[in-house]
Design a protein around this ligand. Structure first.
Ligand code: FA5
Length: 343
């Protein structure tokens, strides 16, 4: 039996050493220490031996069993360490390599333009305010001197939200309702710009999108005149476009300003000769403006005899277009990375 035990231990150690994975090792363990192993069979034979022999053989058998169990445990630790190391190296992420190889993203051109416009107006002494994109009819129209059924409502093809009374809640069609919110929240003097996203049922083309961005401007103080408006727009134009661009104010109509004007610049795509971006006119309309209408002051309880002001609303997307010589607004939102990464 002792010879058998030596052989079993020898063979057992060889099998343990050659197990290459934890799964294989579990198989080896069952084969050398399990119920059907040679050791288990030998243990059953102990009963046939004389008591002295049985004790000796039993001790020898238990010693082999525990040495094999120890060898199994050592090998298990070795294999666990090796498998863990292999898993770590397979899952390893070299972050330094990642930042070198993959280029980092950056802000979208429209966001960059909005930030730039904010900086520019802050530099001119304005503060920045924001308002909600889902608005009530009162803020978007009524408080701006556009009562229900007023023909001027046709200037903004409106998207309504199913909330409250019919047509009482809408996606704001311009940033002008934020003028009202600013006028309600603070006392003049006010020098504020209000950027944000706006919505209209406009069919997309080279210069129109159904979802676009505007930046509203509002100045309310004593003794503000149209000359202040023209001077501010002039200063803005050269700060934003840098000298080479000419602008004009064209008489227009907005219910919330009187007098009103359109602010146009000469189209930089065709340099004034006419193209699809400027609708063959040579000029691109960037915004509306004018002197705040007395009815707007009345809606927020300000005395129009005491306070005067001007307001403007520019299309941020069109400003981005003209500054970077892009000929189609839709390019901004097809999100082709090859296009966007140029800016
Ligand atoms: C307005 O929205 C007025 N609230 C502007 C205003 C504010 C006037 C304060 C007076 C005082 P208008 O609908 O013209 O006006 O739009 C202003 C600008 O938004 C346009 O000149 C244009 O630059 C931009 N814009 C208008 N519609 C679109 C569109 N569908 N896609 C992209 N830009 C647009």
């Amino acid at each position: 039996m002792i010879d058998d035990l030596d052989r079993i231990e020898q063979q057992g150690r060889e099998r343990i050493a050659s197990a290459a994975t934890l799964d294989e090792l579990r198989g080896v363990e069952a084969a050398i220490l399990g119920k059907r192993s040679e050791l288990a069979t030998l243990k059953k034979c102990l009963a046939d031996l004389l008591p002295d022999e049985r004790r000796q053989a039993g001790q020898a058998l238990n010693a082999v069993r525990s040495r094999l169990a120890a060898a199994l445990a050592d090998r298990r630790h070795e294999l666990e360490d090796r498998e863990r190391a292999e898993r770590f190296s397979a899952e390893r992420l070299d972050l330094t390599e990642l930042t070198e190889r993959r280029r980092r993203g950056h802000l979208h051109l429209v966001t960059q333009t909005r930030d730039r416009l904010e900086d520019l107006f802050i530099g001119m002494g304005f503060t920045v305010a924001e308002g909600p994109e889902v608005e009530t009819d009162w803020y978007n129209f009524e408080a701006l001197n556009i009562p229900p059924a007023h023909p001027a409502r046709g200037m903004w093809d409106t998207l309504y939200v199913e909330h409250g009374a019919e047509q009482s809640t809408l996606l704001r069609t311009h940033t002008s309702p934020v003028q009202i919110r600013v006028l309600q929240a603070q006392q003049p003097p006010i020098y504020s710009v209000m950027p944000g996203r706006v919505y209209r049922r406009d069919t997309p083309d080279a210069s129109h999108l159904p979802v676009f961005h505007q930046i509203e401007g509002l100045v309310v103080d004593r003794g503000i005149s149209m000359a202040h408006l023209a001077g501010t727009l002039e200063a803005f134009t050269s700060a934003y476009f840098g000298g080479s661009i000419h602008s004009r104010l064209r008489p227009s109509y907005f219910p919330f300003t009187e007098p009103s004007a359109e602010y146009d610049i000469n189209c930089i795509i065709c340099e004034g000769s006419g193209c699809r971006t400027c609708g063959q006119t040579g000029w691109l309309e960037l915004g509306g403006c004018g002197m705040v209408h007395p009815n707007v002051f009345a809606a927020v309880g300000l005395d129009p005899e005491e306070w005067t002001g001007f307001a403007f609303g520019f299309g941020i997307d069109r400003l981005a277009l003209m500054r970077h010589g892009i000929d189609d607004l839709r390019e901004l939102f097809t999100n082709d990375v090859r296009f966007l990464e140029q800016f």
